[in-house]
Design a protein around this ligand. Structure first.
Ligand SMILES: Cc1ncc(COP(=O)(O)O)c(C=O)c1O
Length: 390
């Protein structure tokens, strides 16, 4: 009998995609859906970056590049990491990848063996657990709670980390909670990682989008045990270009290079030239616009008593709707975050993402990567929904 890959069979298709598809088809029918599911900035890619790509094409820069990325870009990334993030790396420690997503998969592939444990902090980004499972490793969830502002507790981590723990994936600023971890957390985490001998995979993709607090790269504390992930998607509104990177110590980066060369060859040559340009482009205007939207939503949500932890970074509100479970909206019982989102979409034309996709049932994620006009409409629709509950 034919059979297929059992690791893949155990992985659910992304819940984000499911509601996204419904929202898209409603929009195609001309329904005025306010779609706040987006995981990408709503700004166009800056013009200078696009022009660098056009120049690359016109100059015939359209062939294979080294698997690890073009030398100028690796050097420029290394200099950014040394000066801005205090990570002592040179170009040889960098691999340019197809977005941060494949940087994370490359990092996991470099260090994880089948049967190893990899700790993931919940609420967590949707692809960490599936990637761990794809490698035949076991995801172990470390729950972070809203009472602690979604900062994971080191004492809990100490309890669950054991000799089978190969790595932990952390993400600050965080999707979906918006938390920016404090310096103390990173210091304690690195200390524990050294003690228990596990790697830290630090996903820093939202590094540039911070409204409160300060970004710290744990690799600045110990570059031997931390693998740093970053990319161009969120900081430069370049989601479709697919450029990210990973920085790691010599032995780890050598494994990642092998992985990259046999699975992807190289990142699109044109997009690499665009990324090189991006590192010289100032995108503070995007951050300021996100900040305005965040502040607007904080004040509106407070007025209608929505429970949330104030986002310090990224562009999401992670709303605690657990009190709504068991209530009825227009005769329909709300049994989960998914039900809440389905009702919001179908009855109130507001598309949000249920917390179940982030290992956080009862929560709902709202992205403020959308115009002020959309956000104003969203607040009104949320209010109408809350008023409907019995
Ligand atoms: C936390 C987190 N990490 C990684 C990624 C992947 O980004 P990229 O587009 O660079 O693959 C995303 C995208 O949504 C994300 O939210």
């Amino acid at each position: 009998m034919y059979s297929m890959n059992s690791s893949l069979s155990s992985i659910e298709p992304s819940i984000t995609m499911k509601l996204n598809t419904i929202a898209k088809s409603m929009k195609a029918q001309g329904i005025d859906v306010v779609d706040l599911t987006a995981g990408e900035p709503d700004f166009p890619t800056p013009k200078e970056i696009c022009e660098a790509a056009i120049d690359a094409i016109n100059q015939g820069f359209t062939k294979y590049t080294p698997a690890t990325g073009i030398q100028e870009l690796r050097e420029r990334i290394a200099s950014k990491l040394s000066t801005e993030n205090n990570i002592p790396v040179t170009a040889k420690n960098i691999v340019v990848t197809n977005g941060a997503k494949s940087a994370i998969f490359g990092a996991l592939s470099a260090v994880v063996n089948p049967g190893d444990d990899v700790i993931v902090v919940a609420p967590s980004w949707v692809s960490y657990i599936p990637q761990i499972k794809l490698l035949g490793a076991r995801p172990v969830v470390l729950q972070a709670n809203s009472e602690n502002n979604f900062i994971p507790e080191i004492s809990k981590l100490q309890e669950i980390a054991n000799h089978k723990t190969k790595a932990i994936i952390i993400n600050s600023p965080n999707n979906p909670t918006g938390v920016v971890y404090p310096e103390e957390f990173f210091k304690d985490l690195v200390k524990l990682a050294e003690e228990k001998e596990f790697y830290i995979i630090s996903d820093e993709i939202y590094e540039k989008l911070i409204y409160e607090g300060r970004h710290l790269s744990p690799a600045s504390i110990n570059p031997e045990v931390v693998i740093t992930i970053n990319g161009f998607s969120k900081a430069y509104s370049m989601t479709g270009w697919r450029v990210g990177y990973v920085a790691a110590s010599d032995p780890i980066i050598s494994n990642i290079s092998k992985f990259q060369s046999h699975t992807a060859s190289n990142v699109n040559s044109i997009a690499q030239k665009a990324a090189l340009k991006a590192l010289d482009v100032n995108t503070d205007y995007m951050v300021e616009e996100f900040r305005k939207r965040r502040d607007f939503l904080i004040s509106e949500f407070e007025k209608i008593n929505i429970k949330f932890v104030k986002p310090m970074g990224a562009f999401y509100f992670f709303m605690d709707f657990s009190d709504l479970i068991g209530k009825f909206s227009n005769g329909k019982e709300l049994k989960s975050g998914f039900d809440i989102c389905e009702t919001l979409l179908k009855e109130y034309k507001l598309a949000l993402v249920p917390g179940e996709g982030f290992e956080a049932p009862g929560f709902v994620r709202l992205s403020f990567a959308a115009s002020m006009e959309s956000l104003e409409k969203a607040v009104q629709r949320l209010k109408n929904f809350l008023d409907s509950l019995v």
